[in-house]
Each structure stands twice: as structure tokens, then as C-alpha cells.
Design a protein around this ligand. Sequence first.
Ligand code: HEM
Length: 512
Amino acid sequence: MKEFTLDQVNEHNKENDLWIVIDSKVYDLSRFAALHPGGISVLLAKGVAGKDATNIFYGLHRQEVLLRPQYTRLVIGKVKGEEETIKIPPPGTISKVPYAEATWLVDSFHSPYFKESHRTFHKATRTFFEEVIRPEALRCEENGKRISQEVVDKLSEMQVIAMRMGPGKHLQGRKLMGGTVKPEEFDYFHEYIINSEMSRFGTRGFMDGILNGAVISLPPVLKYASPELYNKVVPEVLSGKKFISLAITEAFAGSDVSGLQTTAVREGDYWIVNGTKKWITNGTFSDYFTVGCQTDRGLTVLLIERTEGVNTKAIKTAYSSTAGTAYVTFDNVRVPVGNTLGKVNKGLSVILSNFNHERWVIICMALGAQRVVVEECMKWATQRVVFGKPLSSQAVIRSKLAKMISRVEACQNWLDLITHQMNNMTHEQVSDKLAGQIALCKQFVTKCARETAEDATQVFGGRALTTSGMGKVIENYHRTSGYDSILGGAEDIMRDLGVRQAMKKMPKDARL
Ligand code: HEM
């Protein structure tokens, strides 16, 4: 690379002949200056034109700006005797920013839960997500389009779709994340890693668009479908050829599942289904729906294929339409009786048993996103200069950081403990002993998330209000962190459920 002295750079300090230095690299902005999104005048200012503008640059731009090909082309050389000091981390890197990572990933910290296999798996997962998924996440979040088939194929090649259903026999014979973990070793900590890694891009809509519909709707098929139905549907979904959504919620009933109004009436070997479902994640592009219906004496869960009488229409929500959120209508849909999941009229237990895993997944994702927000705030508080000093020199900012850190660490520790129980309990024990803990942990994590969103917004100021630039991750988080506090069960319902479960277990002879 060509080398220049700072004096040589300094000679190019005017319009049409403009060089600057960022972190030892010399950029020729002569032609770009007129196109610069921040305007030309800021580039011609004293202290910028022909100067080392590293600190000014990082006060105004994210590192990723310099990685864009149209800007890397502006580099014409480097400053003699200087080396790069701000290294752009390669995919898979573990952040060195304090509290940016769960402690089990931090040097010299120990964990009773995570083993070498989790570390190897984590490395491969983070690399895969950063290289393959991140660009897609950013693209889809912005343009609102559904995940591309090309990326779905890569997810299925790595067996990500299968792993997101949790440990179990559906993983047998599969090469998980390039063979970094054996199917029989795969546990809920591995699954937690996937869920939290995919949440790191500041793209909440895409976090649902990356087939969260399948995560919440395929487990009842895995558990309750007849062998014929299982053998048809499960391979199609796990290979990414077909898509599936959970369709329980209606405009008429959400957390009060027993109040659902969609009906299924027996007619020979078929159910005739009529009704509507709302807020159905991935619904706009799903081929199958796991549907809660009223039958003569209770609820029954059916797997309904997109056939005649099934229609979906996109619902506009506050997050990106890449999630495929839909309003689904069933008009006299004929569903073979063989598509019944679980016992007729006993669908409530099918639905409820599925909720624990769904809520746990939401906790993992919400926490992954919260971690990133802490990292963003730590970096911003360090690099943003106000009144001539870094933002972190203000005690009010440090106080906000302290609250954010404490929240994310408290949430993490509770999640780790619950995940450890899931690894060691049977499905029945999880339903009996852990449903309350998962519900309480979910409402705690989502409440913390919203408090952290509020604090982070104050730390970033106006930048947290724009969808591009320095505060874009915080903007997305502030706008969407409420989703986790509603989806899978609203916070108040979670609190009530957790305490009711505890009350059920109060010993009869407990006295003060
Ligand atoms: C290689 C050099 C540079 C490139 C490629 C570049 C590129 C950009 C881009 C893409 C944006 C839009 C916002 C974003 O995506 O982050 C932007 C905004 C901006 N840039 Fe630059 N820039 C460069 C150097 C500088 C320098 C040296 C200054 C010094 C004052 C500057 C000042 C600004 C300002 C004030 C904004 C608006 C920021 C905001 O809206 O918050 N830029 N620049």
C-alpha cells in the first residue's frame, strides 16, 4: 500500500482535492465529498480536511460504514509509520467489551453449565449467523420481504430448523452445525445459543421472520401426529421446503385460550373448520397451520394445510413485515380426521404443553438482544464526546449503564438455571414444576428489556430515533422490545400464572 506523511495528506484540504485519515488509512474524498450523506461542509472543516479525523469519524459513524465496498475503494494508502488500531472483528469473534457477552464466554470466568462442546458449537454458530444470516437479516428487516429460499436452504443444511425444535429423536442422523455437536449430545444450552445468536442484529422483525412460526407450531406435530402425518410434514418443514405457523390467537381470544371461536365440526372422515386467526407469525407464507378449534366438548388441535377455504392476508405491525404476520381465515375448510393432534376435546393440554418451550425461546431471544444493547451503550458512552469528554464521564450515564448491566446479568443467571433444569427434567416435570418459573422469568426479562430500551434511548439521544446510523440498533430495540412482552403470553398473565402455580404448591400446613 502506498505510504504518505501527515504533511503530504495535509496538502489536500480543499474541495475537489480532499484527503483525510481514518485510523492510519488515507481516504481520497475529492469526488465523494459532494455525495457525502452528512454534507460537504463538515468534511471541509478545519481539523477534518487533510487531517487525521479518526475520533470525529467514530463519533458520527458506525464501523460498518467503512466496510461498504463503495467506501473501501476510497482508500489510497496509509500514513507512514502508523498502524491500524481499530481492528474490525472477523465473524465469530467474542466481544471484549465488558458485559457484552454472557459470562461463560468471558476469559477467566467459569460456568457450572457450559462445556467445551457448547463453546465449539457457539463459535461455529456465531460465525454462521454473522456470515450468512446477518446480511439477510438487515436486508429483510429493511425491505420487509420474507426470508429468501436460498438462506432457508442454508439454515436447513446446517440443521438449524431441526435444532430449534430442541433436543430429541428428530435430530437423529443429522449433521448439526457442520458436525460440531453430536445429535445425542445436543441439549437446551445448544438451543439457547442458536436463539440468542440470531437475536444480535437489531432486527426484531426478522427474528420472527427466520421461521419462528415453525418453532412454535411444529412441536405439537412432532409429539402428537400419527406416523403418516409425521412422515409427510416433518421432513418437509425441517428441510425448509414447506412452512408452518401456529394459529391459536383470535381477535376474540388471546391468553384466554378457552374462549376461541374457530369451530371444527365432524363430517364423516373430515373436520369442517370455520373461523379466523389473528397475529399469526409467518402466516403470509405458511403452507401448514397448527390450529386451535372448538369442538363439541372442548378444544381440539388440528394441522390444516393451505387448501381451498384457507386465506391469509398481511397485518401491518410496528415491526418489519418480514415476520409475515397474518390474519388467517378458514371458510368451510375440509381437514382429514387424521390431521388431529392429540385427543379430541383435549386440545388445551396440547396448547399449554407447547407454551413452556415457546416462552423459553422468547426469553433466550429477548436476552440475546438485550446483551447487544448493553454493548452498544458501552461503546457509545466511550466514543461519544460531549462537553469535551466521553459520555461515560457523566455520572447519570454510568448510573444507567449500571442498571442495564445488572438487569442483563440477573436475567442471564435465571435463564441459565431454568435451562439447566430443562436439561434434567422430563417433559411432565417441566410442565409441572417449571411452567411458573418460565412464566415469571419471561415477564422479568421483558420488563427489564423495556427499561433497558428506555435507558438506552436516553443514552443515545436523537440517534435512537433514526432507523439508520449510530443508533439504529437502539431504535429497533426501543420500537420492538414490547413484542416479547406480549407474544407467548402478556406480562400480567405471566405474573399471574407464575404465582398461581406457586400457590398450588403451597404446603397445607405452612404457617408463620
Ligand atoms: C471515509 C470517510 C467517510 C465516509 C465513507 C462517510 C460516510 C457517511 C455515511 C454513509 C453517512 C450516513 C450515516 C451512516 O450511515 O452512518 C455519513 C453521515 C455523516 N458524516 Fe460521514 N463519512 C465519512 C467521513 C466523515 C467525516 C470525516 C466527517 C467529519 C465531520 C463526517 C461527518 C458526517 C456527519 C456529520 C454525518 C451525519 C451524521 C448523522 O446524521 O448523525 N463524515 N457519513
